[in-house]
Design a protein around this ligand. Structure first.
Ligand code: UN1
Length: 496
């Protein structure tokens, strides 16, 4: 049984203009079709942008608490369908069911959180330097926003963008990854059911090169939020900058965990295990480097490889599975190619390193959890984002050396340190040049009530979170209002 994933434009489910479709398949069993998806082109994007533009004034003028009430209903609907959405996500994207349920939960949390923001959306009222004058700043929407989302968090990441965009009064054109088109469709069905007015939310399916690029460059788009690869993000950002559009890009990562010689090794191993192999390493927050103090290097490595050898690979719907497949064949080949690169560079393959085809797994895109030891910081496997279950273990002399290795990276999304020394943790917190730092916890599991974003090639702009520095800053701009109630000529007011 497969689903039909159509576009949603101006409140109607429609086939793409071309009438063409493509398939979304199960990465654990490529013979299973999950969805037949509309393959859109420029004409569909034009219609969606036009519908969002037409709906803008009505939505912008709806009081934010009322917009928030609709999002509250979205949260309730997501919560009531959590299990079904989780199972669908595992089938369409491959991550194991508990992680898929966590993904849906992030969307539920974000919807409730942003529903509440409808009653805040605060600006500032400050005193004027003149008598008989008042001044304030208010948040206003940007306009029509394009939201381009990846496949690795098929429901959570769209929610990080859709909910703040909507509560702020923007109308949207949502272009989800073509690999998770059915999950995206189910979310939009929920938005429709919750009572979002026609044209406020528009969904266009398609491949990046057919729809995403055109959408990003569309002159009638006022803002764009993108999560995906650094290569695509940089291209989009350039286009937007040239057109003066507001843009936020969440891109790649090469995140690292530092393990100090005073760390509780069993905690660090667990952190490295789930940071590295959770979601099959396909998180922008994945811990793909572990920088270990030389004093505990051997001990850490042997416990880490032992723990990795216990990971059960398979279909994520089965309770006994710890790690699912990669998203598709291209990604699987990319990961296997990086493993060859690592071997060629002289890193030691401490565990894994092969495609996995036991039992039914031949039908999907499975790769063993892979650990490289004796990795040098300049090796490609230590610098480039692999987006798969490959972890590089690097030796460090001391804390300063470890921090230097972590910071010597093109990316800067997340870092973590395991230590029991409060002073070392404070130095790490101050010196690690990443958007997020974890102390005695792995690199994954960011919460929605705080800003999410990185430094350097990991992106710019922040997502998630409310008033202070998060997504509302992306999806609103400030309007400043001065009101003079002196009744005097302007000159008399300002000659002081
Ligand atoms: C991502 O991989 O793009 O912190 C986002 C985490 C999740 C979000 C990951 N809450 O790992």
């Amino acid at each position: 049984m497969y689903s039909i994933a159509k576009n949603f434009i101006n409140g109607e489910w429609t086939d793409s203009d071309t009438g063409e479709t493509f398939e979304s398949i199960n990465p654990a069993d490529a013979s299973e079709i999950i969805g037949v998806v509309s393959k859109s082109g420029k004409a569909d994007v034009d219609k969606a942008v036009g519908a969002a533009r037409d709906a803008y004034d009505g939505w912008r003028l709806k009081p934010p608490p009322k917009r928030g009430e609709i999002l509250f209903r979205v949260a309730e609907l997501l919560a009531s369908r959590k299990q079904d959405l989780g199972e669908l996500m595992t089938r369409e994207m491959g991550k194991i069911l508990p992680e898929a349920l966590g993904d849906v939960q992030e969307a539920i949390d974000m919807s409730y959180y942003m529903a509440g923001e409808g009653r805040r959306l605060a600006g500032e009222t400050v005193p004027s330097e003149l008598p008989n004058k008042d001044c304030k700043s208010i948040r206003v929407p940007i306009g029509v926003c394009a939201l381009i989302t990846p496949w690795n968090f098929p429901i959570a990441i769209p929610a990080w963008k859709i909910m703040p965009a909507l509560v702020s009064g923007n109308t949207i054109v949502f272009k989800p990854s073509s690999h998770t088109a059915v999950c995206a469709t189910k979310c939009v069905e929920i938005l429709q059911e919750a009572g979002i007015p026609e044209g406020v939310v528009n969904l266009v399916h398609g491949r990046g090169e057919d729809t995403g690029e055109y959408l990003a460059s569309h002159p009638a788009i006022d803002g764009l939020s993108f999560t995906g690869s650094t290569a695509v993000g940089e291209k989009i950002a350039k286009t937007c900058a040239g057109q003066g559009k507001k843009v936020s890009c969440e891109m790649g990562g090469k995140n690292a965990i530092i393990v100090m010689d005073d760390a509780r090794i069993e905690l660090a191993v667990e952190g490295a295990l789930w940071g590295g192999f959770g979601t099959t390493g396909q998180r922008c927050t994945a811990a793909s480097r572990v920088v270990v103090h030389e004093g505990v290097y051997e001990r850490f490595l042997s416990s880490f490889t032992r723990a990795a050898s216990k990971i059960r690979i398979g279909n994520g719907l089965l309770e006994e599975t710890d790690m699912g497949p990669l998203i598709n064949k291209t990604q699987m080949e990319k990961v296997l190619n990086y493993i060859e690169i690592g071997k060629g560079e002289g890193a030691e393959l401490a565990f894994g390193g092969k495609a996995y085809g036991e039992r039914d797994c031949v039908k999907g895109f499975f790769v063993e959890p892979t650990i490289f030891s004796e990795v040098r910081p300049r090796m490609r496997i230590a610098r480039e984002e692999i987006f798969g279950p490959v972890v590089c273990v690097i030796k460090a002399r001391d804390l300063q050396d470890a921090i230097r290795i972590v910071n010597d990276a093109d990316y800067g999304l997340v870092s973590a340190i395991y230590t029991q020394d409060v002073n070392k943790s404070a130095i790490a917190e101050r010196e690690l040049n990443t958007g997020i730092v974890y102390i005695n916890a792995s690199t994954i599991g960011a919460e929605i009530q705080l800003p999410f974003g990185g430094t350097k090639k990991s992106g710019f702009g922040h997502e998630e979170a409310g008033g202070r520095g998060g997504a509302l800053d992306m999806f609103t701009k400030w309007k400043v209002i001065y009101r003079d109630f002196s009744g005097k000529l302007q000159k008399a007011q300002i000659d002081r």
